[in-house]
Design a protein around this ligand. Sequence first.
Ligand SMILES: Nc1ncnc2c1ncn2[C@@H]1O[C@H](COP(=O)(O)OP(=O)(O)OP(=O)(O)O)[C@@H](O)[C@H]1O
Ligand SMILES: [Mg+2]
Length: 134
Amino acid sequence: MRLRADEFSRFGEALGRALAAPAVIGLSGELGTGKTTLVQAICRGLGAPTLATSPTYALVHRYDAAGRPVYHVDCYRLRQPDEARDLGFEEMMHEGAIVLIEWPERAGAWAPPLDRHLRLAFDADPDVRVVEEP
Ligand SMILES: Nc1ncnc2c1ncn2[C@@H]1O[C@H](COP(=O)(O)OP(=O)(O)OP(=O)(O)O)[C@@H](O)[C@H]1O
Ligand SMILES: [Mg+2]
């Protein structure tokens, strides 16, 4: 799928509206391909307000969608998979949360099984992103 920014937002919002907890979604793709932008759109679709300026150093953000927990986990800065041991994935699964994970491959076996794995890529057109789900 080749999506311009507005289509990309709508895609994420529709995905969020259709999501029922528990669910684990992985988002992979090079820096700047739109993983965080997609997480924010999914959260809008879920009705889970995110902070306009979230602290970039936190690996885990917790949001709330009508009483249901939504987690955004960014594994980019993990230096090795074992560092994902303390991110709290097990508790998130016990809570029946919606879990959105950037760079799940960096968490290795510590990442919970993904229900969906979206792969984002650049396009020749800088205003377009390619979204694939194998
Ligand atoms: N068609 C498009 N879809 C989504 N984002 C786009 C599109 N065109 C341009 N952009 C821009 O691409 C950037 C994506 O940044 P974002 O932080 O979401 O990427 P990221 O994959 O999370 O990067 P990082 O790995 O550094 O966290 C945003 O600045 C966004 O405005
Ligand atoms: Mg990001």
